[in-house]
Design a protein around this ligand. Sequence first.
Ligand code: ADP
Ligand code: MG
Length: 253
Amino acid sequence: MALLDVSGVTLRYKTSSAVVTATERVSFTVDKSDRFVLLGPSGCGKSTLLKAVGGYMSPSEGRMTIGDREIRGPGADRMMIFQEFDQLLPWKSVLANVMFPLLTARKLSRKDAEARARAYIEKVGLTRVVDAYPHTLSGGMKQRVAIARGMAMEPDILLMDEPFAALDALTRRTCQDELLQLWSETRFTVLFVTHSIAEAIRIGNRILLLSPHPGRVKAEVVDVDKVGNDDGSAGRLEKEIHDLLFAGEATAH
Ligand SMILES: Nc1ncnc2c1ncn2[C@@H]1O[C@H](COP(=O)(O)OP(=O)(O)O)[C@@H](O)[C@H]1O
Ligand SMILES: [Mg+2]
């Protein structure tokens, strides 16, 4: 059985003047240890889908389950990591930021929470700034703290919304490599959103392609891991995905 089952999910925003359909009848399943990527152009509803899986928004149509539980609201079984660098609490140190959800969820005692937090801070290579405050850190370091904080909760699934999109190209590449290294150590499950085809191929073992607004499923690319890492085959897959994403559209992008 799949870990996450999203079935026929339509998500709408109702504003005072209009109803915006962000995604329409989107279905996919994520298995344990998948690095499942939602890929599509800006505005196709990726963040909205992630918000719904996080439990912050209810579908107008369809249903979502994690394990065999219907998703009805936020829970410690799903941890979200955002693109923005300001997701940390500015008045708390790195250690206190990573400990915070562990304490709030009453998952562990203070002593155990600190030990758990220190272990994950070490995993992301930030032990030397464990007592520093967010404003003294670079963007890449802040994102590593956010990842450590999410992972320390040991959720069933990590939800990552373009976590590296605001980083410079070199830092982004390093952060992608580190995420893959962490994955190879613990094989956590991640649902990763990006608008970058190259990033989707680097991160994912499965990639769901979404059409432009409103987001519908165009195709699913499986077994991405089997594609060699040499630039030739990654480049070919990139072209294939590009053609699938924009198939049937009047104008080239
Ligand atoms: N709070 C909101 N109220 C109304 N419309 C929204 C809101 N958030 C997003 N939208 C609309 O929903 C669509 C999908 O947005 P989003 O999920 O942010 O896309 P993506 O993350 O793929 O760029 C867009 O048309 C966007 O304008
Ligand atoms: Mg988004």
